[in-house]
Design a protein around this ligand. Structure first.
Ligand SMILES: [Zn+2]
Ligand SMILES: [Zn+2]
Length: 168
């Protein structure tokens, strides 16, 4: 399953303090495609990113698996760099067993869009994860690593070329 504690799990799609040797503050680790744009399936939620985005991490934890229907492939940015162009159908799901995180989705088409930590250290709450598949092309991003592969479902063949950033 997913991990030792909700607090630890909650930091994962965004967290950097938890991964020794990985820092999204390193200029070399940041792939900037700003200004980037994206939207949900129906287009009722659309956004722009006016700042650098982290390379994509694939999170296979059980929450991301069930929320996305597969796994979460997410980049992130600083919340202040995310501009919601249209958000009237944007809704947030707070898991009952982990209310400190929020999953942002479109109430119209159901598309998965965002993930964020609500309270905690600034290096977590300043950031917002963006489901990378919602970005307009070209994203300019690459996939950097995978989290929690052991929680991936049994039908899924993991890509051996993707580095593991965290195991549980
Ligand atoms: Zn939508
Ligand atoms: Zn996850």
């Amino acid at each position: 399953m997913c991990g030792p504690s909700h607090a630890t799990i909650a930091t994962l799609p965004l967290g950097r303090a938890h991964y020794e040797g990985i820092s999204v503050n390193d200029a070399a680790a940041i792939e900037s495609t700003s200004p980037a744009s994206g939207r949900c399936l129906c287009g009722a939620v659309s956004y722009e990113v006016h700042g650098p985005m982290r390379p994509v991490w694939n999170c296979h934890c059980w929450r991301c698996r069930r929320w996305t229907g597969h796994f979460m492939a997410a980049t992130n940015c600083r919340q202040e760099h995310l501009r919601l162009v249209s958000d009237h159908t944007l809704a947030w799901h707070h898991p009952a067993d982990d209310p400190n995180v929020a999953y942002g989705f479109c109430g119209g088409c159901g598309g998965s869009l965002f993930w964020k930590v609500l309270a905690g250290p600034e290096d977590q709450t300043d950031l917002i994860a963006i489901c990378a598949g919602t970005l307009d092309l070209p994203t300019g991003l690459t996939t950097e690593g995978a989290l929690f592969e052991v929680a991936a479902s049994d039908y899924h063949t993991l890509d051996p070329t993707i580095e593991t950033l965290a195991r549980e």
